[in-house]
Write a protein that binds this ligand. Structure first.
Ligand code: NAP
Length: 245
C-alpha cells in the first residue's frame, strides 16, 4: 500500500524471483488512501481463491491500517511470510510449516557454509517480531546457547564479544565495529540501511572482516536468501494445499 520506495524494490525483487521459479504472481498495488475494510476484503477474496497458494502483505502499512489485524486476516496456510500468530506459535514449539524468511535465510547460510550451531554462543542484536525474536528461536532449535540484545542491553560490546555466531539486526549503519567481535566469530549482517544513498548493513564490514572467520556482505548476503526462503515457503504452501510431498 502507498508508494514506499524500499517496498517497491522488495516487491519487484519478489515478483522477479517468482518468475524465475515458474510461479505465477499477482500484485495488488493499493493507493495510500485505501481503507482497512477494503484491504481486509481483498485478503478475504485471496484467502478463498483456490488458485492462490501464498499471500503476503508488504510492510510497512500506512498508519491508518492496523498491521496486526491485517496479518491475522491472512489464512495461516497461505501465510508465506510466517507472520500470522498461529505460525509464530508453531515456530516457538518447533513444529512448523513455514519459517519467517529472513531468519530462515540466515540459518540456511550457516548450514550451507558447514558451520555447526550446536553448543555455540549465539548473540542476536535486535528483538523485532520479524527478525530478532524468530532468529533467536531458530538458533535455539539448532541447540545454540542464545542471547538476545536490544536497546536496553547494558555494555553491549561485552555481550557481543562472547559470540561465536553474531547476528546483527539493528537497522543502524556500521553499528557493529571490530572491537565488539571475538576473533574468529561468524558475523551475519541482516541490516539494510541507506548511507549517503548507498545500501549498507549494520556491520562495519571492512574492519570486522579482518577479525571474523566468516562474514556476510550487504548487499548480497542475507537479502537474496530472504527471497529464496519466500519461494521455499510458497512451494511448501502449494504442496500443502495439493497434498503433495
Ligand atoms: P526493528 O524492528 O527496528 O528492530 C531493531 C532492533 O534493534 C530492536 O529490537 C531494537 O531494540 C534494537 N536496537 C536498536 N538500537 C539498539 C542499540 N543501540 N543497541 C542494541 N540494540 C538496539 O528492525 P527489524 O525489522 O528487526 O530490522 C533490522 C534491520 O534488518 C533493518 O536494517 C532492516 O532493514 C533489516 N532487514 C533486512 C531484511 C533482509 O531481507 N535482509 C529483512 C528484514 C529486515 P528495542 O527492541 O529495545 O527497541
Amino acid at each position: 500500500m502507498g508508494d514506499n520506495p524500499a517496498s517497491r524494490v522488495y516487491v519487484n525483487n519478489k515478483k522477479k524471483a517468482c518468475e524465475e521459479c515458474g510461479f505465477k504472481s499477482e500484485e495488488f498495488a493499493l493507493p495510500e488512501e485505501t481503507t482497512e475494510e477494503e484491504l481486509l476484503s481483498l485478503i478475504d477474496t485471496l484467502n478463498k481463491r483456490d488458485d492462490i497458494d501464498g499471500i503476503l502483505c508488504q510492510l510497512p502499512l500506512p498508519c491508518h491500517i492496523n498491521e496486526e489485524k491485517v496479518l491475522l486476516a491472512i489464512d495461516y496456510s497461505k501465510d508465506v511470510d510466517a507472520f500470522h500468530p498461529v505460525n509464530v506459535g508453531k515456530i516457538m514449539i518447533g513444529n512448523f510449516d513455514f519459517l519467517p524468511c529472513t531468519p530462515a535465510g540466515v540459518m540456511e547460510l550457516i548450514k550451507l557454509t558447514g558451520i555447526e550451531v550446536s553448543g555455540k554462543e549465539c548473540v542476536v542484536i535486535g528483538r523485532s517480531n520479524i527478525v530478532g525474536k524468530p532468529q533467536a528461536m531458530l538458533l535455539l532449535h539448532a541447540n545454540g546457547t542464545v542471547t538476545v540484545c536490544h536497546s536496553r542491553t547494558k555494555d553491549l560490546a561485552s555481550v557481543t564479544k562472547r559470540a561465536d555466531i553474531l547476528i546483527a539486526a539493528v537497522g543502524k549503519a556500521n553499528f557493529v565495529t571490530a572491537d565488539m567481535v571475538k576473533t574468529g566469530a561468524v558475523v551475519i549482517d541482516v541490516g539494510m540501511n541507506r548511507l549517503d544513498g548507498k545500501l549498507c548493513g549494520d556491520v562495519k564490514f571492512d574492519e570486522v572482516s579482518s577479525v571474523a572467520s566468516a562474514i556476510t556482505p550487504v548487499p548480497g548476503g542475507v537479502g537474496p536468501m530472504t527471497i529464496a526462503m519466500l519461494m521455499k515457503n510458497t512451494l511448501k504452501a502449494c504442496k500443502l494445499h495439493n497434498n503433495l510431498n
